[in-house]
Write a protein of this length. Structure first.
Length: 233
């Protein structure tokens, strides 16, 4: 097993049960008070959680021109567009445990949907994060239980709106620089990104705070006569 693969597996295990708030506390404990929290305007599509290793890509607005064709001619042009302009070479490289992070420049475009997110999930993607719309077919995405965090929901397809630019580079999402290999933790409280270089130290203190929280709440559960659940055990 390569060192990188071993480290990824260790980090995924360390963070799998941590809440965003625990990780936020861990970041504070190591001196990163003002860093890591993705802006609260980026929210989960549905109430869920995900932990993964950042897999990044950047898209830019499509400059045009838009062809004056319709019907079958438009169908042919769209095939060219997805082949030459708006593709996803990063998708072929997804590894088990990746958290797909897409900088789409705030565009209102459905780059992700019910079909391609399933294909990426099959390859091992744990979750998806964008800084614009980036998600459509949301009824099916929710039914398929695909974890997505975005700024809003989009209706439009990619063509004439967006083009692929580059992958495996630092991107800016909600005021946070996300580098390939960073740890991404997301739940109902939003998203936090942990730089890889401090990920083990952050996890240490995040677990310290989670343990203290569970112990305190467990005492209240017992006093209230409540059945203990997984959040306090």
């Amino acid at each position: 097993m390569s060192d990188d693969r071993k480290e990824r597996e260790e980090l995924l295990k360390l963070y799998e049960n941590l809440r965003v708030t625990d990780v936020r506390d861990g970041m504070d404990w190591v001196g990163y008070h003002g860093y890591g929290t993705v802006h609260h305007s980026i929210r989960p599509l549905w109430r869920t959680r995900a932990v993964g290793i950042a897999k990044t890509a950047r898209y830019l607005p499509y400059e045009g021109p838009v062809p004056r064709v319709t019907g079958d001619e438009y169908t042919e042009w769209v095939r060219w567009y997805y082949r030459e302009v708006c593709n996803d070479p990063w998708g072929e490289e997804i590894r088990e445990g990746d958290f797909v992070v897409l900088d789409i420049c705030g565009l209102d475009v459905g780059l992700l949907g019910s079909n391609n997110t399933l294909a990426f999930k099959l390859k091992g993607a744990r979750g998806f994060l964008t800084n614009g719309g980036g998600i459509r077919d949301t009824d099916e995405v929710i039914r398929q239980r695909i974890p997505v965090w975005s700024k809003f929901v989009s209706q439009g397809m990619d063509q004439t709106r967006i083009r692929y630019y580059e992958k495996d580079i630092p991107v800016a999402i909600g005021g946070v620089a996300v580098y390939p290999g960073d740890v991404v933790v997301a739940d109902g409280d939003g998203v936090i990104v942990v730089p890889r270089k401090i990920a083990f130290e952050v996890a240490k203190y995040a677990h310290q705070e989670l343990k203290a929280d569970k112990e305190a709440r467990r005492r209240y559960y017992l006093q209230l006569g409540w059945e203990l659940d997984e959040t306090v055990l």
